[in-house]
Design a protein around this ligand. Sequence first.
Ligand code: SF4
Length: 605
Amino acid sequence: MRGYGGRILFVDAGTGATRVQPVREEQARALLGGNGFAARLLVDHAPAGVDPYDAENPVVFAVGPVTDTSVPGNSRACVAAKSPLTGLFFDSTFGGRFPATMKRTGFDAVVITGRAKEPVYLRVTEDGATLQPARDLWGRTTRDTVHAVQEVEGPSSDVMAIGPAGEKRVRFAALATYWKNREGVAGRGGIGAVLGAKNVKAVSVAGARKTELADAAALKALIEERREPMTTGTKALSTYGTPFLVKPINTLGAFGAYNLRQETFAEALAISGEEMHAHYHDRDTTCLKCPVACGKQYEIRDGELAGLKAKMPEYETIFAFGSMLGNAHAGSLTRANDLCDLLGLDTITMGVTLAFLAEALERGWVSADEVGVPFGWGDWRGMLRLIEQTAAREGFGDRLAEGSWRLAESLHPEATRSVYAVKRLELPAHSARALKGLSVGYATATRGGSHHDTRPTPQYAAGFDRRGTEGKPEFAVRSQHFTAVGDSLVICRFTSERGYGLYVEEPYARMVRAITGWDVTVEELERVGERVINLERSFNVREGVRRAADVLPWRVMHEPIPDGPSAGMYCPPPELAAMLDRYYSIRGWDGDGVPTQERLAALGL
Ligand code: SF4
C-alpha cells in the first residue's frame, strides 16, 4: 500500500507486551488514517463505560497517508482517547517534527493500554516498542522531559511528553513536543492525564522508513498549482501567526470577553497580533518542511516579565487568558501560555475556567478566602499563580483542575449557567452566538466546544450569511466531514484550508489519488468523513449521548450579545431545536440523535 506503513502497533504499558496488526487496504481506504483510525480503534478497544483513567482506556497515536509526504503541513498527527473532561471520544492533533518521524517507524497507529507500575517512557522504533524507565523524569516539565529523552534516544528521535499536570490527572492535561524552538501541543480533552494515569511520561519515535507515493509527479503538480493560493491565503499567518485574528473578530463583535458577558473587548488592540508582533517578535518557527512558519517566538523586553523568551500565545489563548479575563497585559499572555505548555495544560480550558471563577467570585458563589490567591478580572498575577496551582493540584488549583463545568456544579445550583462549555469542553474564541453555523456546529460536535469539528473559517468570509439559520445544519455537516477527512489524512488545517479548499473538494481527491493510487472521488472522500463522524457518534451514543446533550451554553441560548456589531444575536432553544431536527435528518439519525442502523449499514459500519 502506497502512503502507509501498513502496520498498527499495540503496546501494553503494564506488561510491556506488544503485537503488530497489519492494516488491510479496504480499512485504510474506508478511514484514511489519523482521526479515522483512532475512531475505529477506540470503538473496538475501549470497553463501553470505561473510566478514562482505567488501564483499559487506550491512547492512540495515529498518522495518515499525507504525513511525511511533500504536501505543505504534512507533519501532523492525531492522539486520541476517551476524555476525562468530557467522558466521550476525543482526538487532538499536533505538529512539529514528531508526526513525520512517527510515520518513519512504519506504524500508522500506536495503541497504548495498560498501566505501568513505575513511570516509564515508550520507545517506538521500526522494530516495535519497549518500555524505558522514567522515574527521574517524573515531575519535570514537558520541555525538560523531551530534551532528556532525546539525549538518550539521539537527535533524530522525536518525543511527545506530558508535564506535571498530566501526572496529577488534571482533566485538561496536554502533551507537547519540541523541535528547533517549534512546540507542537496536543492540547485539548485531557489526553495527557490519560497517559499520566498509565504512568507513561513520554513517547519517543525514531525510524527511517520512507512513505512511498503512487504518483510523485502528480503530487508535485498539485502542490505547484496550489502554491500561489496557499502563499496568498497564509500571508497573515506567516506574518503574525493566529493572533492576526484578534482585530477582525473583535471588529465583528464576536470576541468573547468577561466570561462572555460581552463580545467586544475595549482593549483588544493591546493584545492584537499586530501590536504584540511590533513589541515582542523575536523569530519565526515552523513545523517540519512547512513554508508558512505560523509559529512565532516572542521576547518580552520590558516590565516585570522582561527577559522571558517563549512561544507566542495563539489566538485562542489570547481570548482565554486575555479578553475572557478582562486582561490586556500582553506580556502575561505569553507567560501564561508558556506555563501551560511547560506544565502540560490546555490553555483554552484553563483560561475559560478562570473566567468562570472570576464571575463566581463576583457573584459570591465562592469566597476570596476559599480561592486563597488574590484574583479577579484583569488580575494577571493571580492568573499565573492559579495556573501553577492547577498543574500541581495545590490549594484551589485542585478544584480548577476539574474544569469549569465540574467546578460550577460544586459551587452553586445555578452556576453552570455561567459556564462557557459544550459537553463539558470549554469553547474557544469563535462565537457560538455571532456565527449561526457554529451554534449548530458546537451543539453537534463530537468533542463539544471545539472549533475543529465545525470550522469558523468559511463563516468569516464576505458573502457568508453568519446571522441566519438557513442552510446552517447543511453547512455544519459538510464542515464536519471536511475536518474529519483532514484529520484523517492528516494535514494541517491552515495549509489545507487556505491552499486546498474549505470543504472536501477535488484537490483533496487528487492528493489522495497521487499518494495512494486509489481512484477516489470527492464523493468517496465525503463518505469517509461521514463514516468517521458516525463512528465517533456511535462511541458517544454508547456513553449515553443523546439529543439532550446536544445543547449550547445557557448564556448562548438565553442572553443576547448586549452590544457591538453583533448585538442581539443568540441562539434560543426553539431555534436550536429546529436546526437539530434538520441536522439529524440530513445525517440519517433518529430524532434523539442516534445513528440509524440503515445509515450505519450504508456506510459499512
Ligand atoms: S501552517 Fe503553522 S501549524 Fe500548520 S504546519 Fe505550517 S507551521 Fe505548522
